[in-house]
Ligand binder design. Structure first.
Ligand code: 0RA
Length: 645
């Protein structure tokens, strides 16, 4: 790239390349979903990720130490970094500045023109131009080569060339600021960014990029700001995962290494819980589907722990090896690799394909973990005794499971409490999991039995965060759910067996109801995550109030709607307002009309954006420690309500 500064007066020539550019951005506008996933809240947040990821790439390249994100009162967002600044030199091939090329050309991400980075998050490379195309307006400011350069775009079209706005003052440094306004014609549903969703993601990025400072300010509310910076990197991440759990040993295991294949960083610590929380990343992208780094890690972990246990005589010669699952019970681990050319595969493109990475992770984990165990015999003992305990519980659970399997779980017998629907076509069928027998009764009478099944749950179900598999599978309410859903459980789960493609959790709109809902969701998340990933899990929304005015009934779902309804009816105190205390108070017809009839009802689909976030959420909500749970609920009250970050 030749860097001829573009002067104020140079006209960008309208050549074949420019036409191609326009076509590219038109394609984005025509099918925004293809580029950002959706035009709902998720897609909206995606715009922010795209812009921030460019700054993170600049940090990965070693040039940026701080990123500041601001949500302005008008819901526009600015992202400012102290990197080198986007290049402003004119590119002959395009007849415009490099920055404009980045902003208007699809796929011109960090890697453009060989000037790119050693490491870049492949997936997010489409970047800035997509955001530009989907923004009502976008303004960029670049501090570089002694000047402040500015340019404005509207719906992706530059409103004039890049300009030298002024000379930089001493100490201003270099960097890039991008401010954009999501296009209201694209994001119709809502243009509200969630502070909690943003801050969780930025905290994760800060963990993954040791030392990088990321701050978020929400100008829509007073005093809403956070700054994240972790000198310990993923060590601090593991500490954070275990914050609301009890570690079984003190020292967090950690190493970082680099070779021809790339860089690897691993941190881990066991807690006395029963879940494994292993999170893997490649170039800062959460590789939900695992891949080469995860396989290498698992192989090394299983081998090193078994070798150590044998060598120290903890495992006797005739005893079987500990399984990988035994060893990973209660494990909190983060594996982060950074590669020149990551290959993302799998259904959601979040599985790392680079085979050479398996060896990189495996050999180094073997070596450093063996050293760690050797140097800390007391911690090693605690870790191995945890795995031995897991092995015993697992053997007991297998026996229970076999018994259940022989019994009614996999036979055609359905639980007695289930009122099944007549349809046998899962695509048409729905099951309502209902709190309590009385609501269950109303639901059974009110439903359309052609396609709606009802399963009443008696009282609170077991909290699966606090029990091992053995106990979970012995719980009658849980057994009823498993057999009604019909697809097995945990490692025997198979999505193809599912009897209903909508699994609707219907609980009272009170504290107990929301607790029961969380218990059911926790069970599903831990033991049938595929169900949630497939988008089969929903939350019913029963109304909170009935307003009666001039002999007509109106059902409303929250306080805001109540005010709106009263205003709309011009009721002036002539309406009677009844509050539903629970589902059981509604008669079958009311329940059908307000909550179950597909014509009228609203269902919230349960989605999980980031596995780390969800794991944290459930641990915080359901784990042993009371204080973090309280804090979490307060901090996230709005989102916990929807579980739809
Ligand atoms: C391409 C090349 C160079 C920097 C950047 C892009 C860059 C892009 C963004 C986007 C947000 N912040 C950014 N910071 C930098 C390197 C140019 C050089 O050699 O100095």
């Amino acid at each position: 790239m030749t860097a001829n500064p573009v002067t104020k007066n140079s006209k960008s020539s309208y050549n074949a390349d420019s036409i191609q550019v326009l076509e590219g951005l038109e394609a984005v506008k025509r099918r925004p979903g293809m580029y950002i996933g959706s035009t709902g809240p998720r897609g909206l947040h995606h715009l922010v990720w795209e812009i921030v990821d460019n700054s993170i790439d600049e940090a990965l390249a070693g040039y940026c130490t701080e990123i500041s994100i601001t949500v302005h009162p008008d819901n526009s967002v600015s992202v400012a970094d102290d990197g080198r600044g986007m290049p402003v030199g004119r590119m002959e091939k395009y007849g415009k500045s490099a920055a404009e090329v980045i902003m208007t050309t699809l796929h011109a991400g960090g890697k453009f023109d060989g000037q790119g980075y050693k490491v870049s998050g492949g997936l997010h490379g489409v970047g800035s131009s997509v955001v530009n195309a989907l923004s009502e307006w976008l303004e960029m400011e670049i501090r570089r080569e002694g000047h402040l350069w500015t340019q404005r775009y509207e719906r992706g079209f530059p409103q004039g060339d890049i300009e030298q706005a002024r000379e930089l003052k001493k100490g201003e440094g270099t960097g890039t600021t991008v401010r954009f306004m999501p296009d209201p014609e694209v994001f119709t549903e809502t243009r509200e960014l969630s502070f909690d969703t943003l801050s969780r993601r930025f905290r994760e990025s800060a963990f993954l990029n040791k030392g990088l400072r990321i701050s978020l300010t929400d100008e829509r509310e007073v005093d809403r700001a956070v700054t994240y910076q972790y000198e310990g990197g993923i060590r601090d991440f593991v500490e954070h995962i275990n914050e609301s759990k009890d570690p079984v040993h003190k020292t967090i295991f950690y190493f970082e290494r680099e070779d021809e294949a790339g860089e690897v960083e691993v941190a881990l610590q066991w807690n006395n819980g029963f879940q494994d929380s292993v999170f893997t990343f490649a170039n800062n992208i959460n590789t939900h589907e695992g891949g080469a780094h995860l396989s290498g890690f698992k192989a090394a972990l299983t081998r090193t722990v078994n070798d150590y246990a044998r060598q120290k005589g903890i495992l006797k010669e005739k005893e079987e090896n500990l399984t990988g699952d035994d060893i990973r019970e209660g494990l909190a681990a983060v594996i982060s690799v950074k590669l020149g050319e990551p290959q993302f595969e799998g259904q959601t493109k979040t599985k790392l394909g680079n085979t050479e990475v398996k060896g990189l992770v495996e050999s180094n984990t073997n070596r450093y973990l063996a050293e760690f165990l050797e140097e800390r015999p007391n911690e090693a003992k605690a870790i191995i005794s945890k795995a031995l305990q897991a092995a015993r519980a697992r053997q007991a659970a297998r026996k229970v499971r076999d018994t259940i399997r022989k019994g009614y779980l996999e036979s055609s017998t359905l639980p007695g409490k289930l009122a099944d629907c007549s349809s046998k076509d899962p695509a048409r069928s729905e099951i309502y999991i209902v709190e309590g027998d009385s609501a269950g009764g109303s639901a059974k009478q009110g439903r359309d039995r052609n396609f709606q099944a009802i399963l009443p749950l008696r009282g609170k179900i077991l909290n699966v965060e606090k029990a091992n598999m053995n106990k979970v599978l012995s719980n009658v309410e849980i057994q009823a759910m498993i057999s009604a859903i019909g697809a097995g459980v945990a490692d025997t789960f198979n999505l193809e067996g599912v009897r209903y493609n909508k699994i609707v959790i219907m609980t009272d709109a009170d504290v107990d109801g929301s607790h029961i809902r969380t218990l059911v969701l926790t069970f599903l998340f831990r033991n049938m995550p595929e169900l949630i990933e497939a988008g089969y899990v929903y939350i019913a929304q029963p109304p909170l109030f009935k307003v009666t005015h001039q002999r007509k009934d109106y059902y409303v779902y929250n306080d805001r709607e109540l005010q709106e309804t009263l205003t709309r009816l011009n009721a002036n105190g002539n309406a009677s307002i009844g509050r539903f205390k629970g589902l059981g108070e509604m008669n079958p017809i009311q329940l059908w009309e307000t909550t179950m009839n597909p014509q009228n009802r609203t269902l919230l689909q349960v989605t999980v954006d980031s596995a780390a976030t969800a794991d944290e959420l459930f641990t915080a909500l359901m784990g042993d420690k009371v204080e973090p749970r309280k804090l979490f609920i307060e901090a996230n009250a709005r989102e916990v309500k929807n579980l739809d970050a």
